[in-house]
Design a binder for this molecule. Structure first.
Ligand SMILES: [Zn+2]
Length: 437
């Protein structure tokens, strides 16, 4: 054969192989840490404060500017961008099979006052990174993908509540940190507070939801673990606990003739700690506020009102902790003749477990990338707890240095952010390939 034919064959073969050599095998694709860090840095300019953190309260000028930046980033990654009536920013990439439900992933970019640059942001930037990686590697999923940046997470999960059709309409008249009511805020970002029903996603529309987020606690950092596979978002219950004594003269009443409510409260607080620490498990209970009446140095406290908060992944466990605490409380009340009453405060949020299959998919994704992982609860609330009510939901945690969050000192390394996005990509691809079926 002549040289010419060889050359011709060579060109022919490389054209044949071209699509294969361009696209890396999905398993090998890793997120670009530098690109993610650049995006996080650019986002941190919106609402930057002197302490190095952000004041990017939902609906503020800074939030509006950051929202525009996120829409641009989504478009650059090839997403078609829309906003629903709750102001949630949604970037969509079509799949190859028409009619399949959406795999959705994302988080939020609003902050608390004096917040940091990673809470929520890592999840939105990481989600856009996943789209960019699919594009760079010429990969198309079967399912449509949607990246979401939820409205006003910090002010009460406003955007995700609307998406699951569980808006408390009274909430719309609550004045948020922006100075506007939540309703006015939704209007200001371009939503329609009167038509939040249109933001609702119907059952069957979504295949799954995944949120990448910083841990906001210190376990992963302290134990040098790359990835947290979230088992769920803990439920919370609150009570006002009233302890009744008898206010009396602190000088003339002998020690054996007192009904001192504050003394009983002190024993009660120790009992709360004892009960919750002697049970196995990750439950937590806190007395965070105490008010003694009448509150004078020369009067024996006649009444104490204190707060009791209990959190756990399991609602039955919360009840069990409460039952044991109230048994201890009865003992204290009887010993000191100081009756104890409970009034439950209606802020309760039930535990929101993540989908067990999703946990396994995320753990396998981390493992396949050679990353260490552990299963863990989330002590903080997230949009994922809402989404778990309408679709199989999973959450991926990356380490927060020293567990600091809601603070300008919040920090997650570029490498850890990239690990999270790599796990997110692999999770999306697994689900797309049928891992949930
Ligand atoms: Zn968050």
């Amino acid at each position: 054969m002549s040289h010419r034919i060889f050359i011709f064959l060579g060109i022919f073969l490389s054209i044949l192989l071209l699509p294969v050599t361009l696209a890396a095998a999905p398993a090998d694709i890793r997120a670009n840490a530098d690109r993610m860090e650049q995006h996080i840095k650019a986002l941190s300019a919106f609402g930057a404060n002197a302490d190095g953190g952000v004041d990017r309260i939902a609906f503020s000028e800074a939030d509006l500017a950051a929202r525009a930046y996120i829409r641009d980033l989504m478009r650059e990654a090839g997403l078609s961008v829309r906003m629903d009536t709750a102001g949630n920013i949604i970037g969509r990439r079509e799949g190859s099979e028409p009619g399949l439900p959406v795999i959705m992933f994302g988080s939020h970019i609003d902050s608390v006052p004096g917040g940091g640059n990673y809470d929520g942001d890592v999840g939105v930037i990481g989600a856009i990174e996943v789209i960019q990686l699919l594009r760079d590697n010429g990969l198309r999923t079967r399912h449509p993908l949607e990246v979401v940046s939820f409205t006003d997470e910090e002010g009460g999960l406003t955007g995700s509540r609307a998406m699951i059709g569980k808006v408390d309409y009274r909430m719309l008249s609550v004045v948020s940190h922006s100075g506007m009511t939540i309703g006015e805020g939704i209007d200001a970002v371009g939503g329609d507070p009167n038509r939040l029903d249109l933001a609702e996603r119907k059952p069957g529309e979504l295949k799954a939801f995944i949120e990448l987020h910083i841990e906001q606690g210190g376990f992963l950092d302290a134990e040098h673990i790359d990835i947290g596979v979230v088992e769920g978002i803990v439920g919370i219950r609150w009570w006002d606990v009233t302890i009744e004594g008898l206010a009396n003269h602190a000088g003339t009443t002998p020690m054996n003739r007192r009904w001192d409510a504050l003394l009983s409260a002190a024993e009660y607080i120790l009992a709360v700690n004892r009960v919750v620490t002697r049970m196995p498990g990750g439950q937590v209970a806190t007395v965070g506020r105490i008010h003694a009446k009448p509150g004078a140095p020369n009067v024996i406290p006649g009444e104490v009102v204190l707060s009791l908060e209990i959190r756990d992944l399991d609602a039955a466990k919360i009840q069990r902790v409460f039952d044991e605490i109230s048994a201890e409380g009865r003992r204290i009340a009887n010993a000191h003749f100081t009756p104890i009453r409970y009034a439950e405060i209606n802020v309760a949020s039930p535990p929101a477990p993540t989908d067990e299959r999703m946990r396994r998919i995320i753990a396998a994704a981390a493992d396949g990338l050679g990353l260490s992982f552990k299963f863990m609860p989330s002590g903080a609330g997230h949009d994922a707890q809402d989404m778990a009510l309408i679709t199989p939901t999973g959450m991926i945690f990356v380490p927060s240095v020293k567990g600091i969050s809601h603070s300008p000192q919040e920090f997650t390394s570029a490498n850890d952010m990239a690990n999270g996005a790599s796990v997110l990509l692999r999770t999306v691809l697994e689900i797309d390939g049928g891992a949930l079926e």
